[in-house]
Design a protein around this ligand. Structure first.
Ligand code: AMP
Length: 114
């Protein structure tokens, strides 16, 4: 999927409007349109990487975790906890090929996931 057609690139460019939980020059987080938990937010880098296997910026994942921390705090999830998920390729259940962190909370998360 080219960055031009990618749905999350359109969100990053502001062509599809979302209500950001957190945003800076590099990341934006927003609510998942098909929530799987009482709180379900996606954090995306604004740069297009199809999967985490394609990331060539070694600092990006650390900065993404900082953005997850900020998003979770804004969502009131920091104290009770939450789950962070990155699905990768077919067996990982990835459907949108632009790297994204799921932030799931507001209920107890079972383990193992399906
Ligand atoms: P994954 O299956 O890990 O690739 O997750 C993709 C997620 O993106 C799914 O949970 C979808 O519900 C979500 N999603 C797709 N398009 C949008 C959109 N326009 N706004 C919010 N969430 C979206």
């Amino acid at each position: 999927m080219s960055a031009e057609k990618c749905i999350f690139c359109k969100i990053a460019r502001g062509e599809i409007k979302v209500d950001p939980i957190f945003e800076n020059s590099e990341f934006v987080s927003f609510r998942d349109q098909n929530p799987q938990a009482p709180v379900h937010v996606l954090l995306i880098p604004k740069t297009h990487y199809e999967t985490i296997l394609d990331i060539n910026d070694e600092g990006l994942l650390g900065r993404a975790i900082q953005a997850v921390q900020t998003s979770a705090a804004k969502l009131g999830l920091a104290q009770g906890g939450f789950r962070t998920v990155i699905n990768t390729r077919e067996d990982g259940g990835q459907t949108v090929y632009h790297v994204h962190f799921h932030i799931l909370g507001g209920r107890y998360m079972q383990w193992p996931p399906g």
